[in-house]
Design a protein around this ligand. Structure first.
Ligand code: GLN
Length: 191
C-alpha cells in the first residue's frame, strides 16, 4: 500500500510521521507529475484551505484530484482538507475539490480562540482525543454521508464512501486509530 500526501502547504509532515509509525509507504505530492505515481490513497492535510485551494487550481491539480476521488480513490482530509473536500462552504470563498456532499463552516469556532483539545468519540473506535485548530465543522450532510463524530452538537467527522474527513487533527496525537481506520478503507478498496 502506498499513500500520497498532498504537500503544498500545511501539516503534511505530521501525517507522514503517523504513516511511518504504521510502516506504510508514502510520498509527497508537490507538483502535477507526482499525481502520475501509483497511489492507493490520498491525504489532504490541515493548513489554510484558501492557499491550498488556490495552489491546486494554479498548478492544474484540482481537476485531476477531483477525478481521482470520483473514480474511487480513498481520500482522508483533515481540517483544511475537510473544507477542500466539502461540496458547499458557508463562506464559499474557497475553490474546492467538492466531492463530499456536506456543507462546512470555516473557522467555525472563531479565528483566535479556535484552538483546543476535547475528548470525543469516533464511530466504532470509541473514545478519542480531538485537537482542533481554527477548525471547521459540518453544518449539514446529504444522504449517504455517515456521521462518525459529534462534538457539542456539531458534526466533526464524516465518511462518504471512500472519503473520510475530520475537522480535528488526529495526526497531532499519539493515537493512530483514525489513520488506521482510513487505511482499512484503502485496504478494502484495493482488494
Ligand atoms: N481555518 C483553516 C481554513 O479555513 C483550517 C485550519 C486547519 O486546517 N487547521 O482553511
Amino acid at each position: 500500500m502506498i499513500i500520497g500526501v498532498l504537500a503544498l502547504q500545511g501539516a503534511f509532515i505530521e501525517h507522514e510521521a503517523v504513516l511511518k509509525r504504521l510502516h506504510v509507504e508514502c510520498f509527497e505530492i508537490r507538483k502535477p507529475s507526482d499525481l502520475d505515481r501509483r497511489m492507493d490513497g490520498l491525504i489532504i492535510p490541515g493548513g489554510e484551505s484558501t492557499v491550498i485551494g488556490k495552489l491546486l487550481v494554479d498548478m492544474d491539480m484540482m481537476n485531476r484530484i477531483r477525478k481521482m476521488i470520483l473514480d474511487g480513490m480513498p481520500v482522508f482530509g483533515t481540517c483544511a482538507g475537510m473544507i477542500l473536500l466539502a461540496r458547499n462552504i458557508v463562506d464559499g470563498t474557497v475553490g474546492s475539490i467538492g466531492t463530499m456532499p456536506v456543507t462546512v463552516r470555516r473557522n467555525a469556532y472563531g479565528r483566535q480562540l479556535g484552538s483546543f483539545s476535547a475528548d470525543g468519540s469516533f464511530g466504532d473506535l470509541g473514545g478519542i482525543q480531538m485537537r482542533f485548530i481554527r477548525a471547521p465543522y459540518v453544518d449539514s450532510v446529504d444522504k449517504g454521508v455517515e456521521i462518525l463524530s459529534v462534538h457539542e452538537g456539531k458534526i466533526v467527522a464524516v465518511r462518504y464512501g471512500n472519503q473520510l474527513a475530520t475537522a480535528f487533527h488526529p495526526e497531532l496525537t499519539d493515537d493512530d486509530r483514525v489513520h488506521r481506520y482510513f487505511l482499512s478503507i484503502v485496504e478494502s478498496s484495493t482488494c
